[in-house]
Design a binder for this molecule. Structure first.
Ligand SMILES: [Mn+2]
Length: 263
């Protein structure tokens, strides 16, 4: 789970199947398609996704395929996440409830199978399952061996950094959840208030209209699928690059929309 910084990292917030916006963001960051149709950076920078690349939005398979190919080639990294874990288990044939936008992934696979047949579909499902199941709960970015940044999906406790077990995996996927409210929404505790020290934690999962910087932690989920922005945090430059969503794909408006979109 350690990555040496090298020429720089482009850390990407929750894509949620917004493939067009994601490609636009990569182009804005200077990535170019090579002869193998991979998006590579002329300076050797790499892509790191904070997870939830699929579900809710229109192009889950394209987004997962992107990370399958780019992770295999060693030019991108992807972290485990709540939707990622759900889809991994579904791809593994386990019984899971496909809701909160996961049903769109199931629908995409139905269409994929109509077009490409059962065999190609099951081969792809197996590959994507392995990609998702193999994704670590967090990455530690080192610069010449010195720990600088921790990247995780929904949160992490300082004690968990550099370790991996089922409790830590769950915490990184869902954050510090203290049960559900009467509407079935998770009650989230602010784990980031407890963070101490110089290590920077970059996370997503909980959409905020703008990057939220607290206690050496940065939330970079700006709710692209809810009609917000897809965010990249560039390291070591420590700046932000945004692409506005083409639309609100989520079907959620007003009080149900986490970034307050009314249309
Ligand atoms: Mn999430």
């Amino acid at each position: 789970m350690r990555i040496e910084l090298g020429s720089g990292l482009d850390i990407i917030g929750d894509i949620h199947a917004c493939y067009e916006e994601f490609i636009t963001l990569l182009e804005k960051l200077g990535y170019e398609q090579n002869e193998k149709c991979l998006y590579v950076h002329p300076e050797g920078r790499k892509i790191l996704s904070l997870g939830d690349v699929m579900s809710r939005g229109p192009q889950s398979i394209e987004c997962m395929l992107f990370f399958l190919r780019h992770v295999e080639e060693g030019v991108a990294y992807m972290i485990d996440s709540n939707h990622g874990w759900k889809i991994a288990r579904w791809l593994d044939g386990r019984k899971v409830q496909m809701k909160h936008g996961d049903e769109k992934v199931e629908e995409e696979f139905k269409q994929f199978e109509k077009k490409h047949g059962a065999k190609e579909t099951s081969v792809l499902k197996e590959k994507l399952k392995n990609l998702l199941m193999g994704a670590p709960s967090h990455f530690i970015i080192t610069d010449e061996g010195n720990e600088k940044v921790v990247c995780t999906h929904a949160g992490i406790k300082d004690d968990f950094i550099g370790k991996e077990n089922s409790r830590i995996k769950d915490f990184c996927r869902y954050g510090d959840v203290a049960g559900m409210d009467e509407k079935g929404k998770p009650i989230r505790r602010d784990w980031f208030k407890e963070h101490r020290g110089e290590l920077l934690i970059v996370w997503g999962h909980d959409p905020k209209p703008e990057p939220m910087v607290i206690n050496n932690t940065i939330n970079i989920d700006q709710g692209a699928v809810f009609g917000g922005k897809l965010t990249c945090y560039r390291y070591p430059e420590k700046d932000f690059v945004f692409v506005h969503a083409l639309k609100n794909y989520s079907g959620k408006v007003g009080a149900d929309n986490p970034i307050g979109r009314r249309d």
